[in-house]
Design a protein around this ligand. Structure first.
Ligand SMILES: Nc1nc2c(ncn2[C@@H]2O[C@H](COP(=O)(O)OP(=O)(O)OP(=O)(O)O)[C@@H](O)[C@H]2O)c(=O)[nH]1
Ligand SMILES: [Mg+2]
Length: 447
């Protein structure tokens, strides 16, 4: 979502780094470019103006202008100010209380029901008993949708009874959740095309009955500047403890959503990045700033890897690699593990641009190419017999032709895969050598 903003900022900083010393004019010029980049990304104009003003003030001091790395200093100030813009420290839901309670609200289609499912999924995984409450009494399909999600996630759901009003349902649900000793209750309220008096009244009465600790606005990041006024209206009318930004995986410019904390003062708690139940991430202002400045989000990457990669399998692979015993089955299973990590471009987004020495567009292109290549390799291996997978070095030309035909690829593709596999084998030999050397060194150091 923030690719354009990210590349525009990185370009500005690249120019700045070129100067040995900075003058006030250099800083001012750079800040003009930063402001343009923010506005082009759809950041609220007041927010962009204040942002640039603050960074400019902090960069005009002696310490920046006379520093040996003035460009880096400016980047640091932009970084720190971005972190502030997104809310400073990371904030969590308040999960105290028995049960803890979360009321989700927002406009039609903003992602409330999906987010309710995702939150239930997340908290269930951390061992909590979760109750979902379907509070959209106007659309039967809405109740049905939440029931399906509750089924997928494996948690309980409470539905409205015929003729029941929304506040009455809230009262009944709160009492039920308490009596049944649920750890968390999530209220999925109905949406509207705009915030009208009827909705506000209903939400107020509902909130009075249920007394939720968390009153959370679910906000579609793709709706642009409107998101800021929607957030202000909900905050003033019902009161908000936080927000969830959804659809960050889309290609909208997204800057408005980034302004929403600065305008409302409400923390962004989580972000949604897809339609699946796992596509919900806690929001860390620092990590988001790093990402936008192309410094990468290595922490999120490592956390994600730890979640999906099977540790024992990884160790087994390392051993096999070191002994040069890897076969194409292993190669296939590695490809499948990579796929579990999500799309390559999402992964690349988390890598520092500096480390990879490339800009956002190039990253995107390479991510796309790697994804295609993984798909290709997967289809080729799947077209092999078990014997061929175990004995890749013995696959002759006639077998290669048959494999290519079987998966609708070219002979050159099969050759490319087998060559890549050979290269992995060589890496294995090097590991082995390294291992020997290490053991040798250890003998000396432990003596
Ligand atoms: N790509 C993407 N789609 C999302 C995300 N969150 C929700 N959606 C999709 O957005 C659409 C609307 O989501 P819902 O959860 O039904 O929205 P809602 O706020 O409950 O809508 P109403 O109940 O009609 O007010 C669905 O098709 C979801 O799959 C997200 O983070 N990324
Ligand atoms: Mg809904």
């Amino acid at each position: 979502m923030f690719e354009n903003l990210s590349s525009a900022l990185q370009k500005t900083f690249k120019n700045l780094r070129g100067y040995g010393k900075l003058t006030e004019k250099n800083v001012k010029d750079a800040m003009r470019e930063v402001r343009m980049a923010l506005l082009e990304a759809d950041v609220n104009f007041k927010v962009a103006r204040d942002f640039v003003k603050k960074v400019q003030e902090s960069c005009m001091g002696e310490e920046v202008l006379t520093s040996v790395t003035p460009g880096q200093q400016v980047i640091k100030h932009v970084h720190d100010e971005l972190v502030e813009l997104f809310g400073g420290a990371h904030k969590e839901f308040d999960l105290t209380g028995s049960p803890a309670s979360v009321m989700l609200m927002g406009l039609h289609g903003s992602g409330k029901t999906t987010s309710a499912g995702k939150l239930a999924n997340r908290w269930k995984k951390s061992g909590r008993r979760v109750l979902l409450v379907a509070c959209d009494i106007r659309r039967p399909a809405a109740v049905e949708q939440l029931m399906i999600l509750a089924g997928q996630v494996g948690c309980d759901i409470l539905r409205p009874e015929p003729g029941e009003t929304v506040p009455a349902l809230g009262k009944r649900a709160a009492a039920y959740a308490k009596a049944e000793k649920f750890d968390v209750v999530i209220y999925d309220t109905g949406g509207r095309f705009q915030v009208d008096q009827e909705l506000v009244q209903e939400l107020k009465e509902f909130s009075a009955e249920t007394q939720p600790k968390n009153t959370v606005l679910v906000l579609d990041a793709a709706i642009g500047q409107e998101s800021v006024s929607v957030a202000e209206t909900f905050r003033d009318a019902v009161g908000l403890t936080g927000m969830i930004l959804t659809k960050l995986d889309g290609d909208a410019r997204g800057g408005a959503a980034l302004s929403v904390h600065a305008v409302t003062g409400c923390p962004i708690l989580m972000t949604g990045s897809g339609e699946k139940m796992d596509d919900l991430q806690p929001f860390y202002p620092e990590r988001m700033a790093n990402r936008i400045l192309g410094m990468g989000d290595v922490v999120s990457f490592v956390e994600k890897a730890a979640e999906v990669v099977d540790q024992e399998e990884a160790l087994r692979m390392q051993e096999k690699l070191a002994k040069n015993q890897l076969d194409l089955e292993d190669f296939l299973s590695q490809i499948q593990q990579m796929k579990k990590l999500g799309s390559m471009s999402a992964l690349f987004d988390m890598m520092p641009g500096d480390a990879l020495k490339m800009d956002a567009k190039k990253k995107e292109a390479i991510a796309h190419a790697s994804e295609l290549e993984m798909k290709k390799f997967e289809s080729i291996i799947q077209s092999m017999t078990p014997w061929e997978r175990k004995n890749p070095r013995q696959i002759d030309r006639s077998r290669r032709l048959r494999i290519a035909e079987g998966c609708g690829r070219k002979l050159a593709d099969v050759n490319q895969l087998l060559k890549r596999f050979e290269q992995m084998g060589k890496m294995g030999k090097q590991f082995k050598k390294m291992g020997k050397r290490l053991r040798h060194l250890k003998k000396f150091t432990t003596k």
